[in-house]
Design a protein around this ligand. Structure first.
Ligand SMILES: [Zn+2]
Length: 149
């Protein structure tokens, strides 16, 4: 189980707790640096770019709560949007750029971000296992009916 969690990119996720790593993901960001949603402001507010062929060019995710947002506009304030769409996010609630965090605050955020990620992975695995269990059960019930009749 632990190997599977580590295989599912948890190391990359952990790196996203650092603003400089988040900033590096914004290579294809469709907004310029004079916008409220500049790459600097986006990374500061906890976001990193997750845009791919399957998603919007401005799709981002919070390193802490995992909230995904797209459809950005020049005037959007990343901190405000973050809190508006994920008011449960402790990082968005704190609203502190990394440089202003105490070491204790940063370590708590880092620890909880990892915990959130691992919990999400485990939850997804549990759902996967439950679905598999249901499928197997259905198959056995069908087979049993065939044998019985
Ligand atoms: Zn968040």
């Amino acid at each position: 189980m632990m190997e599977k969690i580590l295989d599912s990119g948890i190391h990359d996720m952990a790196a996203m707790a650092f603003e400089k790593h988040r900033l590096r993901t914004f290579k294809t960001w469709p907004f310029n640096n004079s916008c409220n949603c500049s790459t600097k402001n986006m990374a500061e507010a906890g976001f990193y770019l997750i845009a791919s062929e399957d998603s919007e060019a401005d799709a981002v995710e919070c390193f802490y709560c995992g909230k995904q947002l797209d459809g950005w506009e020049d005037s959007d304030d990343p901190w405000k949007e973050h809190y508006k769409h994920a008011s449960y996010c402790d990082f968005a609630k704190l609203k502190k750029p990394e440089i202003q965090l105490t070491v204790e605050e940063f370590l708590n955020l880092y620890h909880n971000a990892l915990k959130n990620r691992i919990n999400k992975i485990i939850d997804a695995k549990i759902v996967e296992a439950q679905n598999h269990h249901q499928d197997v059960l259905k198959k056995y019930k069908r087979d049993y009916k065939k044998i019985k009749n």
